[in-house]
Design a protein around this ligand. Structure first.
Ligand SMILES: *Cc1c(COP(=O)(O)O)cnc(C)c1O
Length: 464
């Protein structure tokens, strides 16, 4: 076969892709007919496709390219590390400088006494680690009955068998024999969709108290941990009512169950602080990290645990690890990414300048006739599409029909927004400029206008 390059015609690349490449979370047959969008390069907050379009990436890839695309420093560090030590494992009482340096840096950045890091290759792997880690923790403390992990409906914790079981996506559970035993799901703090006539505060409290009810029903002696994203990402950027997290924290403390904060999206500046746990005022025992840890330049994830958890796990042998745990090239790149985030004060700039700028403009989209609410925390935001905003009504069409149309209008206007059912979400690179924020908002509004026009033409602008 000839070499496959960026210079081949788009249709040929699409045909080869359809013939050989299986995509995640995709109906392959449908994509084969349509042809995948081919991305050929990127710089800052902008993507370039094979047709020469410049596309504003309102999603930072998949919530991960926090420092933006095209940072030379990361390429340099990768080349240097590959020359010096491209691989060595951290099994068998061995270590290397990139893993040491990254673990030490993470211990410094993470709040409280979260001082110990177990590396993985992704967020899914890290959450699989967490399942075994929290259960082993209780085994080692002489409480082997504590096995149940409580999570939430519409949570996202990854796509492996373990992490997908932790997640609360029923369409994922329906495939491949999930969830695994001893995972229990409670309701999510999604006031807009599920809060009915309650105030957000009352609803947040009620949803948090479902945790206490579940612990009592399952038995305090059986519950190992509670896992949650500080702000749900893939579930649609659901920002919990202010009453929610303090009550969750109280319950975790009272019943001595470990709190796992899945920081895979919220971590590394996304909410305007280094970790979502700081923004939401949570004291986790375990944090899941990935995505922004390397700004997506290479796969790496991990679990950061407290002194107490590390001490207990360290009292025996933890029979767990990945060939690429603490991979030296990935660790070196992650460390350089953290250096850039820190030295260029990117997290501070988000908190004090660009996020407030984006927030004002994003929230102003709520005046659009198609928008039921527009919410945002730091650099992650969402809008609910609704045919009847006064009643927070859902559409008559199957969930996701309208969101998909809006996403297509957004793509057609060279803005990447994603839809989760009929919610549109954004999560741009943390380095997005004010000028690019203006472009994002302008294009989002055009996409909403065009979507509304299409809904009216197809008689889809009506409530269930
Ligand atoms: C993306 C994500 C994961 C899974 O990470 P992968 O690297 O895709 O395995 C886990 N938790 C959250 C909150 C995520 O957003």
């Amino acid at each position: 076969m000839n070499m496959i390059t960026n210079h081949m015609p788009t249709a040929e690349l699409q045909a080869l892709d359809a013939a050989h490449h299986m995509h995640p979370f995709t109906a392959q047959g449908e994509l084969a007919e349509k042809g995948a969008r081919v991305i050929t390069g990127a710089k800052g907050s902008w993507l370039r496709d094979s047709e020469g379009n410049d596309i504003l990436d309102g999603m930072a890839g998949l919530w991960c390219v926090n420092i933006g695309y095209g940072r030379e420093e990361l390429a340099e560090v990768a080349a240097r590390q590959i020359r010096e030590l491209p691989y060595y494992n951290t099994f068998f009482q061995t270590t290397h400088v990139p893993a040491i340096a990254l673990a030490a840096k993470l211990a410094e950045l993470a709040p409280g006494d979260l001082n110990h890091v177990f590396f993985a290759g992704s967020g899914s792997e890290a959450n699989d680690t967490n399942i075994r880690l929290v259960r082993t923790y209780w085994d080692m403390k002489g409480k082997p009955d504590k096995k149940v992990i409580i999570s939430r409906h519409n949570a996202y914790h990854g796509s492996s068998v373990g992490s997908g079981s932790l997640g609360g996506m029923s369409y994922m559970h329906a495939q491949g024999g999930m969830p695994i035993p001893d995972i229990h799901h409670i309701g999510q703090p999604h006031w807009y969709a599920e809060g009915g006539n309650m105030t957000p505060e009352d609803f947040g409290l009620m949803r948090a108290q479902e945790l206490e009810t579940a612990i009592k029903e399952l038995g305090e002696n059986r519950v190992a941990a509670f896992i949650a994203e500080p702000i749900q990402g893939a579930g649609g950027v659901i920002i919990p009512p202010a009453s929610y997290w303090p009550e969750i924290q109280r319950i975790c403390d009272k019943y001595e169950i470990l709190l796992i904060a899945d920081e895979v999206i919220c971590g590394f500046g996304r909410t305007g602080n280094w970790f979502g746990s700081e923004t939401l005022n949570i004291r986790p025992d375990v944090m899941t990290i990935a995505k922004g840890l390397s700004s997506g330049y290479v796969p790496i994830g991990g679990s950061i645990v407290t002194d107490e958890v590390a001490k207990v796990i360290g009292s025996g042998e933890f029979n767990h690890g990945y060939t690429y745990s603490g991979h030296p090239v990935a660790a070196a790149i992650a460390l350089e990414n953290l250096r850039i985030l820190e030295e260029e004060k990117i997290v501070d700039t988000v908190r004090t300048e660009t996020a407030p700028y984006l927030k004002a403009k994003w929230e102003s989209l709520a005046d659009h006739p198609l928008v039921g609410e527009a919410v945002i925390s730091g650099m992650m935001g969402s809008i609910a599409l609704s045919p009847d905003k006064a009643n927070r009504a859902a559409f008559a069409s199957p969930a996701g029909t309208v969101g998909y149309i809006c996403r297509e209008r957004s793509f057609a206007n060279n803005l990447i927004m994603r839809h989760v059912n009929d919610r549109m979400v954004i999560s741009p690179p943390l380095v997005i400029s004010k000028a690019d924020i203006d472009t994002l908002i302008t294009r989002a509004r055009i996409a909403l206008d065009e979507c509304l026009e299409q809904l009216k033409a197809q008689d889809l602008f009506k409530a269930a």
